[in-house]
Design a protein around this ligand. Sequence first.
Ligand SMILES: [Ca+2]
Ligand SMILES: [Ca+2]
Ligand SMILES: [Ca+2]
Length: 231
Amino acid sequence: MRGTSALMLGMLLLCGCTVPSDDDVILERLCSHAGREFQDATLQLTDGEPCSRGIVVEVRSWRYGIGCVRVALETGNGRPIGSTSLRGQTQVTPAKSRGLRILLAEGQETAFRLYSESFESELCTGTPSTRLFQLVDLPNGTVQSARLDSAGTDADGDQYASIDTGGTDCDDTNADVHPDNIEKCDGVDNDCDKYVDEGFNIGVSCTSQQGAKGIVTCDPSNSTQTICATR
Ligand SMILES: [Ca+2]
Ligand SMILES: [Ca+2]
Ligand SMILES: [Ca+2]
């Protein structure tokens, strides 16, 4: 065995060859689009320069019915670099995770922030139902793996995952509270914008139909309107 190894080493030295490392092979496969395991989508951010590093991203969804998943990359200090949307043929479902490759050229920056946002809309518009992010350290000449798994819970069944599990539902115990909901006059922040009963002018001075001074309050019999409450 020792003789065979020595012979191979001698042959390599004679021809001036170098043996690529495993990392080099993985990077070559990633950059040349040869790897089948991440062929669902490609986010090419090399800006015309040779590909010299990349991220293999696995995107998972927490439920059916997601219209679109947007994956975005930012620099470590928050400057957007690029994004892509997984929809149609590449739509993410709980039964099928998606592989995405992000290709980058050599550069000074090595710290990145990777985002995924899930939307009801097939165009990735509106408020996302889940929002995840992950920090990625990506030195030149390397390939990193990242997994964006929005395994959020939806205890109240309103199709928005709890904010405690990567979602955007600020109250997962109340189906009448979630992003994009219509604000009602009910003492609750129905649309998760951190404002309660905004737009109803609650607490503003008013005059009742009988001419008495009062303040605007929610109508207890109709959560879409207010009354002028007098003492
Ligand atoms: Ca929910
Ligand atoms: Ca409300
Ligand atoms: Ca609100």
